[in-house]
Design a protein around this ligand. Structure first.
Ligand code: HXC
Length: 517
């Protein structure tokens, strides 16, 4: 009979074996690539000593193509739960030292199990990704495993926050689980996401492309919009993850974590009153307004480098978390294009799913003109913004800082998409279009006939400005609820969101709508 000492030694030996993953050689190769192991990453992310591993011995049951010799306890992922800044999270870290972190039936079983536990306990799910993609040797079992995970990511969407941290190659099917999650954090240099790699692209299309250009952190942060954040290294990726979590509720029935307010709710920053240049063709940085209005240093921009003509992010107002959406006059005059539409619609839906109130700042000349945009489906993409705002029942407050022209007026959180309160600064211009364009359309014949065209134009412009050059026409008709000084915005928003905190709203009964995707 085995005695207690021997049983203990046996278990400790097995635990040590687990820490070796795919073996010392594979760990050295991982380190040589500038990457940490799955367990080192978990230690780097979670509160010290909080990690509780789940299914550490679960391994694959396949033997074809030499898999018998590659059977490691735990297979190619480390899973479990723990805490980040004292709050519960579930975590799955792919282990590249075991067959390249390839996605196996066993990996799927383990990841699905912790994701199920996360949904059941209302806990955010964090995936640390580093994988070559589907385990080729397992054929359909690997594909079935992926499908099970994708199904769960979809079911969990809107119930718990799901965050993907990209820490290595993520090839083939490995990108679709991150693609289904709420936030993707990519790490410069070591992380790449692609459906088909450079080899396949060269064979099929003849195109020569390197990994970074194809699917590196910057490509996905600036061009494709797949990545919401870029980290310089693994440490920064975990710091971003922790900061992001600090703004998120653990699930869709809990509130986002509130901090004791450390900033005067009535703080009126006088610089705001001269921030917007009176000349509508001159720009300013909307992030400057945001920084001055919300709690000091609390603004956490999301998707910062993708579609910079729009700004989205999380911040705190008197200690409470809010989602911010804004046009950015400092880039392309804040025009709405396809990418900005996708960026805004997605963020609005995230905030609504987790009951985070939305504050929208509007300074937008309208939708981007041009064949590229029309052929790219600006109609379909722009419609997503209206859809997202119209569907959102979370408290919504809007501030028109300058231009709210045409379609932009409607889609950017107007009263008509059921925004609870719309404020306008004295610099607001709410009209079908800008004065120049409007005068050209309305008075073309009179301008052609005028003896002094320039003087006539000035007169028509002045008439138009008188009517639509300020916020008061919209305020008189109730399309704007009040005209406020920019420096009063913080106090007004604190009061509005305090009043709206327990807002109740019901939707019509239906299975689901048909968002214009
Ligand atoms: C099993 C694989 C593998 C795979 C690589 N390996 N790809 N094992 N299935 N798909 C093994 C390698 O043989 C190696 O094993 C180990 O993983 C690490 O791979 P390396 O090539 O040494 O790593 P690296 O140099 O970092 O290159 C990473 C890589 C490259 C660029 C991702 O491995 C690669 O191009 N792999 C193929 C990617 C791919 O085509 N995946 C399938 C996609 S299809 P040893 O034993 O030597 O350490 C797919 C379908 C799902 O995912 C679609 C669902 C929507």
């Amino acid at each position: 009979m085995t005695d207690a000492h021997e049983l203990k030694q046996n278990l400790l030996h097995r635990r040590e074996e687990l820490r070796q993953g795919g073996g010392p050689g594979a760990i050295d190769r991982q380190h040589a690539k500038g990457k940490q192991t799955a367990r080192e990453r978990i230690d780097g992310l979670l509160d010290p000593g909080s990690f509780q591993e789940v299914d550490p011995y679960l391994t694959h049951r396949h033997s074809a193509f030499g898999l018998d010799e590659k059977r490691f306890p735990g297979d190619s992922v480390v899973t479990g739960f723990g805490r980040v800044d004292g709050r519960k999270v579930a975590v799955a870290a792919q282990d590249f030292t075991v067959i390249g972190g390839s996605f196996s039936e066993a990996q799927s079983q383990k990841v699905c199990q912790v994701l199920d536990l996360a949904v059941g306990s209302g806990t955010p799910f964090i995936a640390l990704n580093d994988s070559v993609g589907a385990r080729i040797q397992e054929g359909v079992w690997s594909l079935a495993g992926y499908s099970e995970l994708f199904w769960r990511n979809t079911q969990a969407s809107g119930v718990i926050p799901q965050i993907s941290v990209m820490l290595g190659p993520c090839a083939g099917g490995s990108v679709y689980s991150p693609g289904l999650t709420d936030f993707v954090i990519m790490t410069e240099g070591i992380s790449h996401m692609f459906i088909t790699g450079p080899e396949v692209i060269r064979t099929v299309t003849g195109e020569e492309v390197d990994f970074d250009t194809l699917g590196g952190a910057w490509t996905h942060a600036t061009t494709s919009g797949v990545a919401h954040f870029v980290a310089a290294d693994e440490g920064e990726a975990f710091a971003i993850t922790r900061r992001l979590l600090s703004y998120l509720p653990s699930n869709n029935v809990e509130s986002a974590p509130r901090l004791p307010p450390g900033d005067d709710p009535q703080r009126a920053d006088p610089a705001l009153d001269s921030l917007v240049p009176p000349d509508g063709s001159r720009s300013y940085d909307m992030r400057d307004a945001i920084q001055r209005i919300f709690d000091r240093d609390s603004f956490f921009e999301v998707h910062a480098r993708f579609a910079p003509n729009a700004v989205v992010g999380l911040a705190r107002l008197h200690g409470e978390v809010v989602g911010i959406v804004a046009n950015q006059p400092a880039h392309l005059a804040g025009v709405l294009d396809i990418d900005a539409s996708d960026k805004i619609a997605r963020f609005v839906r995230f905030c609504d799913a987790f009951n985070i109130p939305l504050v929208t700042f509007v300074d937008c000349p309208g939708f981007m003109p041009g064949t590229m945009q029309e052929h790219g489906g600006i109609i379909r993409h722009g419609a997503k913004i209206v859809y997202a705002y119209s569907e959102a029942t979370t408290p919504k407050v809007c501030v028109v800082t300058r231009k709210a022209y045409g379609g932009a007026y409607i889609v950017m959180s107007s009263k008509h998409v059921r925004t609870d309160l719309v404020y306008a600064w004295p610099t607001a211009e709410i009209a079908v279009m800008g004065a120049e364009g409007a005068v050209n359309v309305l008075y073309q014949r009179q301008l052609d006939a005028a003896a002094d065209t320039a003087a006539a134009r000035q007169q028509f412009l002045a008439e138009f400005q008188e009517q639509f050059g300020g916020p008061y026409a919209a305020a008189r008709s109730g399309h704007v609820d009040d005209v406020i000084l920019p420096s009063e915005t913080r106090g007004k928003l604190v009061a509005a969101l305090d009043f709206l905190r327990d807002k109740q709203a019901a939707a019509l009964p239906k299975k689901h709508g048909n968002m214009p995707l």
